[in-house]
Design a protein around this ligand. Structure first.
Ligand code: IPD
Length: 264
C-alpha cells in the first residue's frame, strides 16, 4: 500500500505544475463548451490541465484509478484512486478572478488519505494527510473557533440548473437574516479551505461533485471543522455542510426544515 505522504508529495508537485500552466493561460481564455446547462462552462484549459494531471499521476503510478471532472473515470488495479478537479471555479477563471483552484485528492481503499488544493492566483497551496493536520504553504492552519450562528460568516454556492437555483435562493432567503453575512466565492474547494483557515466560519452547498470536495474536505476536517450532511448522512451531493463544533449543529438545524438537501 502507498504511503499517504508520498501520495501527497506527488499530488502537490502535480497541482503546482498544473496551477502554473492554468495561470499562464488565464488571460484571454474563452468558453470552449457547455455541460449540464448554458451556465456550466468548460474552457480549453480545464481539459488541457486535466490531461496534464492524469499524465503526471499515471506516469508516476501507472496502476492507479483516476476520476476527473472533465475526463471521467479510468479504472486501475491498485488500491489508489485520484480524484481531480483541474479548475474548480471555472467561472471565476473565465472572468480573470482569483478564486479558482486545482484540486487533487488521493483515495486509498475508498478513503481520502491525502489532498491538495492549489490556488495559484493567491499563491496558496493547501495540503493535508489523514490524521496529520492541515497546512497552507507549509504552515499549520486551523478553523476558527465556533461562534453562534448569528455571528457566522457563511459561504455557499449554487448549482447550474435554474430549477435547483430557484430553491437554493429560497433557502438562502431564510439563511441570510440569521447569519453575520453570506459569501458566494465561486469555488467550492476554495470555500472549504476558507473554513479550514478561519476566513469564513461555515460553508454549505447542495449538488457538489466528489472532485469539488475530495481534497478540500480532508483539509477542512484536518483543520478542525466538522463535515457532514443532514440527519447524520455523510457530506455529499445532497448537502455538504462544513463548520466547527456547535456551529455545525446550529447550521444543520436551520437548513434541515428548509429542505436544503432537496431541489424543493
Ligand atoms: C463549481 C464551483 C462553485 C460551486 C459549484 C461547482 P466548477 O465547480 O465549485 O463554487 O458552487 O457547485 O460546480 O464547475 O467551477 O468546477
Amino acid at each position: 500500500t502507498a504511503d499517504p505522504a508520498d501520495l501527497l508529495a506527488l499530488a502537490a508537485d502535480t497541482a503546482r505544475e498544473a496551477g502554473a500552466v492554468a495561470a499562464d493561460g488565464q488571460a484571454g481564455i474563452g468558453v470552449l463548451d457547455t455541460k449540464s446547462s448554458p451556465t456550466d462552462v468548460v474552457t480549453a484549459m480545464d481539459r488541457a490541465v486535466e490531461e496534464l494531471i492524469r499524465k503526471r499521476l499515471l506516469a508516476a503510478r501507472p496502476g492507479d484509478a483516476v476520476l476527473g471532472e472533465e475526463g471521467g473515470a479510468a479504472a486501475g488495479e491498485s488500491a489508489v484512486r485520484w480524484i481531480v478537479d483541474p479548475i474548480d471555479g471555472t467561472v471565476n477563471y473565465l472572468y480573470g478572478r482569483e478564486d479558482w483552484a486545482v484540486s487533487i485528492a488521493a483515495e486509498a481503499d475508498g478513503e481520502v488519505v491525502a489532498g491538495v488544493v492549489a490556488v495559484p492566483a493567491r499563491g496558496d497551496v493547501y495540503t493535508a494527510v489523514l490524521g496529520g493536520g492541515a497546512f497552507c504553504n507549509g504552515e499549520p492552519i486551523a478553523a476558527a473557533p465556533a461562534v453562534p450562528l448569528d455571528l457566522a460568516l457563511v459561504a455557499t454556492g449554487f448549482g447550474y440548473s435554474s430549477e435547483r437555483r430557484a430553491h437554493q435562493a429560497e433557502v438562502l432567503r431564510q439563511v441570510l437574516p440569521r447569519v453575520r453575512d453570506i459569501r458566494r466565492g465561486g469555488a467550492a474547494a476554495v470555500d472549504l479551505c476558507g473554513v479550514a483557515r478561519g476566513r469564513c466560519n461555515a460553508y454549505y452547498e447542495r449538488g457538489l461533485n466528489p472532485w469539488d470536495w475530495a481534497a478540500a474536505s480532508l483539509i477542512a476536517q484536518e483543520a478542525g471543522a466538522r463535515v457532514g450532511g443532514l440527519n447524520g448522512a455523510p457530506a455529499g451531493p445532497d448537502l455538504f455542510i462544513a463548520a466547527p463544533g456547535d456551529l455545525f449543529g446550529e447550521l444543520h438545524d436551520l437548513l434541515e426544515p428548509l429542505g436544503a438537501d432537496t431541489d424543493g
